[in-house]
Design a protein around this ligand. Sequence first.
Ligand code: ATP
Ligand code: MG
Length: 533
Amino acid sequence: MITVSDITKGYGGRTLFDSVNVAFSPGHKYGLTGPNGAGKSTMMKILIGAEESDRGIVSRPERTAWLRQDHFAFDAHTVMDTVMMGNARLWDAIQRKEAIYAKEDISDEEGELLGELECVVAEEDGYTADAEAATLLAGLGIGEEHHFTLMSEMQGGMKVRVLLAQSLFGKPDAMLLDEPTNHLDLESIQWLEDFLTRYDGVLVVISHDRRFLNAVCDYIADIDFQAIILYPGNYDDMVRQKAQVRGRIDREVSEKSKKIAQLQEFVQRFKAGSRASQVRSRAKQIERLRPDEIKRSNIVRPFIRFTAGDRPSGRDVLEVRDLSHAYEDLEIFKGLNTMIHRGDKVAILGRNAVGKTTLVKALLDEQNEIDGTVKWGHNTRIGYFGHDHREEITKDMTVYTWLFAQRPEVGEQNVRAILGRMLFSGADGQKSTNVLSGGEAARLKMCELILMEYNVLLLDEPTDHLDLESISALRDAIEAYDGTIFYVTHDRDLATAATRILSYPRPGELLEYDGTVDEYLDWYENHYVKVSA
Ligand SMILES: Nc1ncnc2c1ncn2[C@@H]1O[C@H](COP(=O)(O)OP(=O)(O)OP(=O)(O)O)[C@@H](O)[C@H]1O
Ligand SMILES: [Mg+2]
């Protein structure tokens, strides 16, 4: 059981949680939901003890695992070590033991410490740990050949599996998962759903994926109005119940505001006059009604509009000739020929690990080790949104100064206008780039794509981290864009904005289709599969 009592948390004047009380019980599966920046990851960090609250207490099982939203956190470690870190006590003991053995001579104190560490290792089944980690990894589809691969070299979907193995390694009584479906294809998500359904500890999972939440959760813990409200049922049940609750809260908020306005008017009118005591009492009432700010629902929608500006590219945007690539004996694509014209909207579809990111990077020619020719047309200016977009946002700046620095010549006003439309208004623009939530970082990178007026965009899984409102705003933006766009996605809705499809139905097999995703799927099932079978 995880219990949260009277938790209050805020950052620099903004309250995320105000006296939250909630309990998560074993055997139940809780979806923790709320829009980008609502405080989901923050609450999870408070639950695990990685972040302090301003007030209140949390109790949790000793063995509680946490899968972070940031999948890059273990990039410098091998797969095996990453899994072992799932048992913090054991990992710490092993590290300290090795540090002592690495010394030339060992003091008496160190000798004694070694003895204690050996006990810890034994208590935590340290001698069978390797085998146990290997079994877990194998169960998740990761073979021995990857045990000593660096996490930075693991492909997105595989990385998540390793992180899950890490979570499971400590045999947790409670599991906290922050957006585990990011970078997973539909098949892997299905696998994760089955897996979580069988888990019998306490599960709290953050996700923006409505289908996934419906399949896994029997409770939704929704963050809104600085509180966490528990709704029995899955995500769709929550949406129905919430509409009713929200109606009531909205009415309360508007009554409160009205009351405050009346009181304020009284204070204004009589503050210089003779009714001093009445004015004082009214002012006090205002204070009481407004402890810090009136709680408001935080569901809002950004306005995303990419444009190629007044410098469009030539008509022929990209010519690809005989493009081939293989990792050792794994063929990613072979003899790809294509011609992309201005205004084409190309969705790149396919399962995990088939090479979508490799294709995008080949087009950018980042690796420079691809066979064939990639020829970008006249006047093309390319904007890129990759998995690691967060790393491109310079640390220790404010949101505003970072964006402004990308293109100072457009002036402060324009930069602020873009930030405002993308939901970084006023104080949010002054926020440090170090503290952005996953969704906020993605949104800020999109501000840059808007500001720069690129005439070609390459987006690699742009919907990861985004809430539902933002995903739908992004779909509108792709549809309205006057440049040329390539985007990798697992999101069926987002794919409907495309006019051409590049698809990997199987590893190494890349199909090109001129038409929408619906037409493609129809053709694929009724024509392609039959003909090639
Ligand atoms: N150290 C900090 N200082 C100031 N603000 C912070 C700090 N850490 C987080 N925040 C802000 O708190 C808010 C909540 O962040 P959090 O990461 O919990 O959001 P989230 O609900 O997980 O969002 P997402 O869906 O985008 O992942 C964000 O607006 C974030 O910028
Ligand atoms: Mg988050």
